[in-house]
Design a protein around this ligand. Structure first.
Ligand SMILES: *Cc1c(COP(=O)(O)O)cnc(C)c1O
Length: 413
């Protein structure tokens, strides 16, 4: 079988313009942008009729298994601008024992922990850094709860771009270290991620760095979109009945929703959509509250706290896009508490050998609750997103020991 090389192959690309997600106003492609003139996230638009002509399912099947295989639906125009660390397609791992235990037709875990830097933030930052390289950006800055900063540091260093990163002071130790080791200047800040975001915004004018905060630049979402493209391809160009997504800034949920629309437009899938479920932690659930209240924007969640640090986002600039996708899909938003997250994490590890991250465990806890209260039917195929490897988080101490100098009670082991 002949393989295309996704990385070096020249790419006639199909980006036509960027569009304001709130007003629809057009902005030129191939220029440096943050938010739209209305102060809202920008979305990349493509000549989808052109993509439809250029791309076939068979052609795609011959390409290597990384997300650059979807290059016609990605914004990088020149192969030489691609910054890559080997973005493998992540597996859909079934949890058959837990599906049987809780009475669900099929539970599939999209295991994003296999990506470079151990989280799906690699998808977004590979694209954002490649585009920064294409546009000549020299210095990038971002607020992070850990995983995004790690991915930015890795890709930007690889591209020779300087990075300055701010994280809450209780960010997991491993994240702060990996960010630093991968060449960024990282600061712990006595505040939450939006407090860090404010510093990035203020420094923009003074230092001249590029703000690469969630949804404040147009390309991270294009990288996260590849989760939806990949998922549909892996399911034989079909979508699952329901997707549980651990929602912080919401890039992945919004990105997948965009992916499904683009796939329909190029004739790869039909009009069926999964119900999108935004999962948050009970200690930080602004999107759930807004969903329940039926409003379009989520107000800031005060005193946010949860062990699922990746979704400890008190306020999201793309709140209205998350809520729109969830509602259009016929899905819902729900919160699970830290105790439920911890027990879900243990259950998946013990029964299925899958060490989920707390955010991934939150989606499993949410699925169990939804099966119990009937919001998800027993005939349904559910996909959970495990967005990072469980190994990046503090793990519980194990205290059991054995003294080899004393007689061992083997029967009691
Ligand atoms: C960033 C992150 C999330 C939230 O992703 P968004 O698309 O920004 O909502 C969930 N889980 C983990 C592990 C993360 O790092």
């Amino acid at each position: 079988m002949q393989h295309d090389d996704n990385l070096t192959r020249d790419r006639p690309t199909f980006v036509t313009h960027l569009e304001c997600s709130a007003t629809g106003e057009r902005h030129a492609a191939d220029e440096v942008h943050n938010l739209s003139r209305a102060g809202k996230p920008l979305l990349v638009r493509y000549d989808l009729a052109g993509v439809r002509q250029a791309l076939t399912k068979e052609g795609l099947a011959r390409r290597p298994p990384d997300f650059w295989r979807y290059r016609e639906l990605l914004p990088v125009r020149r192969a030489e601008d691609v910054v890559s660390l080997g973005e493998t397609m992540t597996p859909l791992v079934a949890m058959p024992r837990l599906a049987a235990r809780h009475g669900c037709a099929e539970i599939l875990v999209k295991d994003e922990g296999r990506l470079p830097t151990g989280s799906f933030k690699a998808r977004g930052l590979a694209l954002a850094v490649s585009m920064a390289k294409a546009l000549g950006i020299r210095h990038m800055a971002m607020p992070t709860n850990g995983n995004a900063g790690a991915a930015l540091a890795a890709y930007a260093s690889r591209a020779g771009i300087k990075t300055t990163i701010f994280c809450p002071d209780d960010t997991p130790e491993v994240n702060v270290s990996e960010i630093d080791l991968q060449g960024a200047r990282v600061y712990r800040v006595n505040g939450l991620i939006d407090d860090c975001g404010r510093i990035v915004g203020e420094g923009k004018a003074r230092v001249g760095w590029f703000d690469v905060s969630t949804l404040k630049e147009p390309y991270r979402i294009e990288g996260k979109k590849t989760m939806g493209l990949e998922l549909a391809e892996q399911l034989g160009w079909d979508v699952p009945d329901v997707i549980f997504y651990p929602t912080g800034g919401g890039t992945g949920l919004i990105g997948m929703w965009k992916a499904f629309a683009e796939l329909e437009a190029i004739g790869f899938i039909g009009c069926k959509r999964p119900r999108m479920v935004a999962v948050q932690a009970a200690g930080c659930a602004p999107v759930v509250r807004a969903f329940d209240e039926g409003v379009e924007h989520a107000s800031r969640w005060e005193n946010a706290t949860t062990i699922a640090s990746g979704i400890r986002v008190p306020q999201a600039i793309g709140d209205f896009l998350i809520l729109r996708a969830v509602r259009e899909s016929g899905g819902f938003a729900m919160a699970v508490d830290d105790a439920a997250i911890s027990s879900a994490l243990k259950e998946a590890a013990r029964w299925e050998g899958l060490l989920l991250c707390p955010e991934g465990a939150a989606t499993y806890a949410a699925l169990k609750q939804s099966l119990a209260d009937g919001r998800v039917g027993r005939h349904e195929r559910a996909v959970l997103f495990n967005c990072a490897t469980g190994l990046k988080y503090p793990l519980p101490p194990i205290t059991r020991t054995l003294d080899r100098t004393k007689p061992i009670d083997f029967a009691g082991l």
